[in-house]
Design a protein around this ligand. Structure first.
Ligand code: HEC
Length: 153
């Protein structure tokens, strides 16, 4: 059941890539369970990151996760609450979990947002393109970190 859902979700997300031009996968430097270096040279924008996380076209995070989004009526319950997860993950750990969650759980239903090799059922048009660009990943990480600050205070 879950794998069917994941396949459907992946298909939908990959189709939405039609609007995301030029995204090129870059080499990531893994260190243990983390990606310490940002994927881009310009800093992430938390406001854009929030839009990506809540978006039903790009991030799709709320199909599975819940989080601090009072305006979003339908949120997922297949994954941990994002607002809780940020409490125990560093910036580098968050980045790594969005880039390639299959490294942590090979059977995960969460898509690898920044991996382009070893994926199944990718339309030829989208081969070699990550689901989110490096800048979008950095925006999402910046947003998640902004939640962390609110949680800690
Ligand atoms: C298809 C469902 C699905 C989608 C879509 C999804 N996730 Fe996940 N995510 C999961 C599941 C399930 C887990 C729990 C670990 C596992 O099974 O891999 C997880 C784990 C995580 C974790 C680690 C949580 C922890 O406490 O260790 C983070 C951070 C995360 N997701 C962020 C995101 C973000 C940000 C997005 C959107 C860009 C997203 N996820 C989209 C299903 C999803």
């Amino acid at each position: 059941m879950r794998s069917v859902l994941a396949t459907i979700l992946l298909g939908t997300s990959i189709l939405s890539l039609a609007n995301q031009a030029q995204a090129q996968a870059q080499a990531q430097t893994w260190s243990g369970d983390s990606i310490v270096n940002p994927l881009t040279s310009s800093a992430g924008d938390p406001a854009k990151g929030r839009m990506i996380v809540a978006s039903r076209q790009t991030g799709l995070c709320l199909l599975c996760h819940s989080g601090p989004f009072p305006e979003e009526r339908f949120q997922g319950n297949l994954a941990p609450d994002i607002g809780v997860s940020v409490g125990h993950l560093s910036e580098a750990q968050l980045r790594a979990r969005i880039v390639d969650p299959s490294r942590f759980n090979p059977g995960t239903i969460m898509p690898s947002y920044y991996r382009t090799v070893g994926l199944r059922r990718v339309a030829p048009k989208f081969e070699g393109q990550p689901m989110l660009s490096g800048q979008e990943i950095e925006d999402v990480v910046a947003f998640l970190l902004s939640l962390k600050i609110k949680t800690v205070q």
